[in-house]
Ligand binder design. Structure first.
Ligand SMILES: Cc1cc2nc3c(=O)[nH]c(=O)nc-3n(C[C@H](O)[C@H](O)[C@H](O)COP(=O)(O)OP(=O)(O)OC[C@H]3O[C@@H](n4cnc5c(N)ncnc54)[C@H](O)[C@@H]3O)c2cc1C
Length: 466
């Protein structure tokens, strides 16, 4: 792109405009997953909605495709593109809490930690994910799975409205009453429809203190741990979240030194209900087997929400897959235990997450997020540091994905899949009926598929002039 075009855009934006010649360009094109190495023609680091409107209009005048960067955490690298424009919202991290109405307005580039920091000042929380540096935008638009899923559903289930800039540079609001079809699509249809500059969420009284921690068992006991977790989850209180996590224990404060580097299966326990009932609620988990260590204790919600940060620092190489498995019978448990006992790198983890209660009580057609059946989300997070390991690690994930698919319902969680995961799986998640409905919304808001760096939905064909 010519310098005079970039200068024209600079004249229209309060934020920074970066081309390949500019200092800061390389830092700005870096995303969470170090496998991603894309070179956009221009990065517009927007400071507000007006900047987004100007950037979109400029991209359209110049015939550029648009990628949108929220938190930059998509392992598929969807926040970046080659040659086109990146609308970078990472400087738009404002969070405004309305404690009287228990609602929260969050800008499109905010991270989960930004949201918890502000909401917790008022003893409130939004159900989000498990790592503080993930972007709220990508997480919400494709679902949002975290510790409050049992009690309050997915992040997108708690969305009340969204302000969005269309690819024509128009500012629109979607909610249950205003543009309801767009509102339906934004809750699970990903970043296909426009640039969301802010989200409005319903918040819940949670915290500031919680009970949380890890109960670690030798990886050889994984079958018993998974069986116990399955049975316990069937009747566990809604305020309690317990996942299984296969790890090599990190060198972190909450891990006794003698276990650092050891392969383990841990129960990651979080109780966010009334503190006077907390110890009793977690007791059965603590009494199971003989944990190698038990780090469960009272701590602030903001600390709990960043406990997993240490497992997944930015800058590593990543390749992921996931599968919703309808039930954990002996065969599934044996397969997951075997996979978890043979991780291809010390940084790789597997999260076995019950997916039930509030998240599955939402009617399947109420939102575009398609999977509403009681199941287990098996999430394979493969990460490594040395490029020489890339092929081996990717092959391992692909093989693992095939094994899990044998037990799955065919559904993957799109927020946790990598770039070249088969497109059929993306289509299968939404299914033909839902995809046709999404394609109509896409045709209305982005008929030329300018926003295609996402789990892409092709616009429905329309008669000229309709
Ligand atoms: C370490 C780690 C931990 C994670 N933990 C969880 C978890 O606990 N629960 C969970 O559900 N998921 C989790 N995820 C997955 C996460 O939800 C997805 O990676 C999600 O896409 C991240 O959103 P982002 O804004 O950071 O991503 P980005 O890479 O910025 O964007 C992802 C997609 O959303 C689009 N997008 C981003 N911002 C906007 C916007 N403002 N308007 C329109 N489109 C936009 C992008 O174009 C792109 O297609 C985790 C990911 C990582 C890397």
């Amino acid at each position: 792109m010519k310098n005079d075009a970039l200068d024209r855009l600079r004249g229209k934006l309060l934020g920074e405009v970066l081309g390949p010649q500019d200092a800061g360009y390389d830092a700005a094109r870096r995303v969470y997953n170090a496998m991603i190495d894309k070179r956009p023609a221009v990065i517009a680091r927007c400071l507000g909605t007006a900047d987004v409107v100007q950037a979109v209009r400029f991209a359209r005048e110049e015939g550029l495709l648009i990628a949108v960067r929220g938190g930059g955490h998509s392992v598929a690298g969807h926040a970046m593109c080659d040659d086109g424009m990146v609308i970078d919202l990472s400087l738009m991290r404002g969070v405004h809490v309305d404690p009287a109405n228990r609602t929260v307005r969050v800008q499109g580039g905010a991270l989960l930690g930004d949201v918890d920091r502000e909401t917790q000042l008022h003893g409130l929380a939004i159900p989000t994910g498990q790592m503080s540096e993930t972007g709220i935008a990508g997480l919400t638009l494709n679902g949002g799975v975290g510790m409050m899923l049992h009690k309050h559903g997915l992040t997108c289930d708690n969305l009340l409205s969204a302000d969005m800039v269309t690819v024509d540079g128009e500012l629109v609001t979607a909610s249950a009453d205003r543009r309801p079809e767009l509102f339906w699509a934004l809750r699970g249809g990903g970043g296909n429809f426009g640039v969301v500059t802010s989200f409005e969420f319903r918040a819940h009284p949670v915290g500031p203190m919680m009970l949380a921690g890890f109960l670690a068992h030798p990886v050889e006991e994984a079958p018993q741990v998974l069986e116990f977790l399955r049975d316990f989850s069937a009747t566990s209180p809604a305020h309690l979240s317990a996942d299984a996590l296969f790890i090599h224990a990190p060198e972190a404060d909450f891990v006794p030194k003698e276990f650092w580097g050891m392969p383990l299966v841990t129960l990651f326990v979080r109780y966010f209900g009334p503190m006077e009932q907390a110890w009793e609620a977690v007791q059965p988990l603590r009494e199971f087997g003989t944990p190698l260590y038990d780090s469960v204790g009272p701590m602030p919600l903001v600390a709990v929400q960043s406990m997993l940060d240490t497992f997944t620092p930015a800058g590593n190489l990543h390749y992921w897959t996931s599968e919703f498995v309808p039930s954990l019978g002996p065969e599934q448990i044996a397969a997951v235990a075997a996979i978890g006992s043979d991780l291809p790198s010390s940084l790789t983890t597997i999260n076995v997450h019950p997916f039930d209660t509030a998240a599955t009580e939402v009617p399947p057609d109420a939102t575009a997020f398609a999977h509403r059946e009681d199941s287990w989300l098996i999430h394979v997070i493969c990460q490594w540091k040395d490029e020489a390991d890339s092929e081996r690690c990717r092959d391992w994930v692909k093989q693992t994905g095939k094994i899990l698919k044998r037990f799955g319902s065919g559904n993957t969680y799109l927020n946790t899949t990598s770039e070249d995961d088969e497109t059929d799986r993306v289509r299968a998640f939404w299914n033909e009926h839902r995809l046709a409905r999404l394609a109509e919304v896409k045709a209305e808001y982005d008929p030329e598929n300018v926003l295609r760096f996402n789990h892409n939905i092709s616009p429905a064909a329309r008669e000229p002039g309709s």
